[in-house]
Design a protein around this ligand. Structure first.
Ligand code: ATP
Ligand code: MG
Length: 316
């Protein structure tokens, strides 16, 4: 079923931020409207072509997870149901077509400048670090582990939130220096608890969450909330459980078609992984759109356009 893809939005509220994927509006009353567009970034470069359904999948996946994690993590969500959003912010009624199903109304926080990465499997930059030095986030791991090994104890492996370019891995001690030991400890504790719950739930759906990134922010009253997107294909590395074999890289369930296409261009010298992005062929866009929708169905057991977060939350 086609859905018009959106690259950028222009709502009648002040823009608080425009990230690689999200347009964030200050809608007053200490709240933000976070609109997930259909922009896709790969190798930290935002592609020109939007991916149909992607924004809706990211928002609805977050909405699917939050009630399942509510007892381990207080979060920023105020409303995701479009009627509830309009009730809370009547000024959004006229632009509903643009943001409906891709937007969340949330409590505005001051985000901590740390990406709270948790790794349950040895992959990506963690595998690179381990191979080079036998450590992960600066801490030694047992020797002889192979790529994609499951780590019995998931590991908190924070990174800086770079304003531009690639995030950089940092040690826990660096987080403690930046935020104070009590806050650093709190973010680590919560990140590990959310990941462990998420990993367990995803496994029952045949999905391995190899690693993921959380963000936290502080309310004006001092409380810490889980913010941003949660356990989505953009913030996590998802692998199909049925094909999991440690000892090498695993196929991923998300932007793999785009990454494969771009790697091909890079190998032939046609692109250097820096802006401007190359155009994506229509079949790569379509394959990627399908992957996002398939992933949602695998996780939630229902097509994304049939899913209603409020019903699912109420049914539990
Ligand atoms: N409750 C919240 N309060 C304040 N900021 C939030 C909240 N939830 C999410 N954000 C911020 O909204 C932005 C979402 O945009 P997007 O995901 O496109 O950013 P990004 O490209 O990942 O860039 P960034 O490096 O800024 O995260 C992020 O900067 C995130 O920190
Ligand atoms: Mg983000």
């Amino acid at each position: 079923m086609p859905r018009d893809a959106i690259s950028t939005t222009s709502l009648p509220f002040p823009l608080a931020a425009r990230g690689k994927v999200r347009d964030v509006y200050d809608v007053g009353g200490g709240r933000l409207l976070i609109v997930a567009t259909d922009r896709l970034s790969a190798f930290d470069v935002v592609m020109t072509e939007p991916i149909p359904w992607k924004g809706e999948v990211l928002t609805q996946a977050t909405a699917w997870w939050l009630p399942r994690l509510a007892d381990v993590a207080r979060n920023h969500l105020v409303a995701v149901d479009p009627d509830a959003i309009v009730d809370a912010v009547p000024g959004l009624a006229g632009t509903r077509e643009t943001w409906s199903r891709r937007a969340m109304l949330v409590h505005r926080t001051t985000p901590f400048p740390v990406e709270c990465v948790v790794r349950g499997y040895l992959s990506g930059s963690a595998w690179q670090e381990y191979r080079a030095s036998g450590t992960l986030a600066g801490e030694p791991l047992p020797s002889g582990l192979v790529e994609s090994t499951r780590l019995e104890e998931p590991i908190f492996s924070p990174a800086t939130k770079a304003e531009a370019g690639h995030d950089e891995n940092i040690t826990f001690d660096e987080v403690a220096r930046q935020l104070g030991p009590a806050t650093a400890d709190e973010l680590r504790r919560r990140s590990l608890a959310i990941y462990s719950r998420g990993r367990e739930i995803a496994e029952t759906a045949g999905i391995i969450i190899a690693d993921t990134k959380f963000e936290f922010g502080r309310l004006p009253d001092g409380r810490i909330l889980l913010i941003d997107e949660v356990l989505t294909p953009d913030s996590s590395r998802f692998w199909p459980r049925e094909s999991y074999v440690p000892g090498g890289p695993q196929p991923s369930l998300d932007k793999q078609p785009v990454r494969d296409y771009l790697e091909q261009l890079t190998a032939s010298g046609a692109w250097d992984k820096a802006p401007p992005p190359p155009p994506l062929p229509a079949d790569v866009v379509e394959a990627t759109s399908l992957r996002y929708r398939d992933l949602f169905r695998r996780l939630a057991g229902v097509e994304v356009d049939r899913f209603s977060a409020d019903i699912a939350a109420g049914a539990e």
